[in-house]
Design a protein around this ligand. Structure first.
Ligand code: CO
Length: 206
């Protein structure tokens, strides 16, 4: 049987390195988690939430799926948002996409990919909403822009979720952000969408 002993070896070394630096790290963390951020990102192995913002375990609550989709019918994502906002009381929700996203690329084409095409239908929706702008672009420019527009649309979906709407109604301090990451240089870009109230959202839509 093939086992993954090398990963266990790495784990032992990692845990011991962390303890060397801070002997109480795991004991403290085992008592509670109090992250300030919820991260909704792509499953892509090159975009690990904690690592790219250099934060240790305990600091970010994470939900990842193909192409960082946050739609009103996805109970998985909605449950994560609810738990993060209502139980953990995160202050920020970051929707983070990335350039070169395979999910976005697949959604731009017409190949048959099986089951996943149902999921990618959400990206095709984004593409249709912004057809006028996207039709002016070609190649990588079009691809990159759809990656950005998808982040903005998913962030707007998060803002429209019942959980976020009711948090704002109750005066909770909660902001939704849209970021995009470049696999080519390791840098994040803020897409200048930062919404902290229904009024902010209205301004964005109008
Ligand atoms: Co991706």
């Amino acid at each position: 049987m093939k086992n993954l002993s090398h990963l266990f070896e790495r784990n032992v070394k990692w845990a011991s390195d962390v303890k060397d630096k801070n002997p109480d790290f795991f004991t403290d963390l085992s008592k509670q988690q109090a992250p300030e951020y919820l991260w909704i990102g792509c499953s892509d192995s090159r975009v690990p939430a904690n690592q790219i913002v250099a934060l240790p375990p305990g600091e970010i609550f994470v939900h990842r799926n193909i192409a960082n989709v946050a739609v009103h019918s996805d109970l998985n994502c909605l449950s994560v948002i609810q738990y993060a906002v209502e139980a953990l009381k995160v202050k920020h929700i970051v929707v983070c996409g990335h350039y070169g996203c395979g999910g976005i690329k697949a959604a731009m084409g017409n190949e048959e990919n099986g089951l996943i095409d149902n999921w990618l239908g959400h990206i095709k929706d984004v593409s249709r909403f912004h057809a006028e702008e996207l039709n002016q672009l070609e190649g990588d420019e079009k691809f990159n822009r759809l990656c950005e527009l998808n982040v903005l649309e998913q962030a707007a979906n998060v803002c429209n979720s019942t959980v976020v709407q009711s948090a704002w109604k109750n005066g909770v301090d909660l902001s939704v952000h849209a970021w995009i990451y470049s696999i080519e240089n390791g840098l994040l870009k803020d897409l200048s969408l930062s919404i902290s109230s229904p009024q902010d959202l209205e301004k964005l839509i109008s």
